[in-house]
Design a protein around this ligand. Structure first.
Ligand code: HEM
Ligand code: HEM
Length: 172
């Protein structure tokens, strides 16, 4: 997207949203399986045990929180924009980063939406899609985090630091 007044840094809110969503997504990947006993019980038409319902609620509400925060985040992105990729990067590198960010956005919207379709509306196929996405997300997030660290320690660009230090603070 072209923004008339392209920012050079992320805002405090963008940074807080990035890291909050990152923590919640990693948590969901870790606790994801805990929703299964309750989901299976409801799918069979039986009553799940109380601890299974509790575990399921944690997964559902953390996932819905990700959806709300992701909506907030995309709204800020459309209004404020995001800093451009470093000028030294090749066209290929820029395309890979853009594609990875697109996929990450797809996950933070797609996971809650497919989850809601499975949990509240009983679309089993959406549950399967939701499950199949797990290894793909782990790979993309892993590569994304590795790329950020590689930029910081080897390329020595400001890409990692700008997701830590907000706009308005002077860069060293
Ligand atoms: C960022 C958001 C979310 C992530 C990253 C996520 C991740 C996961 C993971 C990793 C699993 C276990 C998959 C497996 O072990 O094969 C899972 C299962 C499940 N999740 Fe989520 N989830 C999210 C949001 C939601 C939401 C909002 C709901 C419901 C409102 C939900 C409903 C379910 C259901 C029903 C299953 C069991 C699917 C099945 O067994 O077929 N999830 N989720
Ligand atoms: C856990 C380790 C993580 C690290 C070290 C990390 C680091 C970063 C950094 C440095 C950027 C800025 C890139 C730039 O300005 O060009 C960024 C952007 C981004 N990250 Fe992460 N991230 C992590 C996890 C996640 C997770 C779990 C998600 C969501 C599933 C995520 C989604 C995104 C998105 C969508 C952007 C693009 C922001 C935009 O320009 O609109 N990140 N990340």
């Amino acid at each position: 997207m072209t923004v008339a007044n392209e920012p050079t840094r992320y805002t405090v809110t963008q940074i807080l949203l990035h890291w909050t969503i990152a923590v919640l997504v990693v948590l969901q990947l870790v606790i994801g399986e805990d929703i299964k006993p309750a989901y299976r019980a409801f799918s069979r038409g039986t009553e799940p045990a109380a601890p299974d319902i509790f575990n399921a609620n944690v997964h559902v509400y953390v996932g819905l929180a990700v959806l709300v925060l992701a909506t907030w985040r995309i709204a800020i992105r459309l209004r404020h924009g995001v800093p451009a990729a470093p000028a030294e990067e090749s066209v290929l590198q820029k395309r890979i980063a853009a594609a990875a960010h697109f996929l990450l956005y797809l996950f933070i919207f797609g996971m809650p939406i497919t989850g809601v379709m499975a949990w509240y509306f009983g679309f089993g196929a959406m549950g399967t899609l939701h499950e199949l996405a797990k290894p793909v997300i782990i790979i993309v997030v892993g590569l994304h985090a590795a790329a950020a660290l590689w930029q910081h320690f080897f390329v020595k660009s400001d890409v990692f630091v700008r997701m830590l230090r907000p706009a308005g603070r002077r860069a060293r």
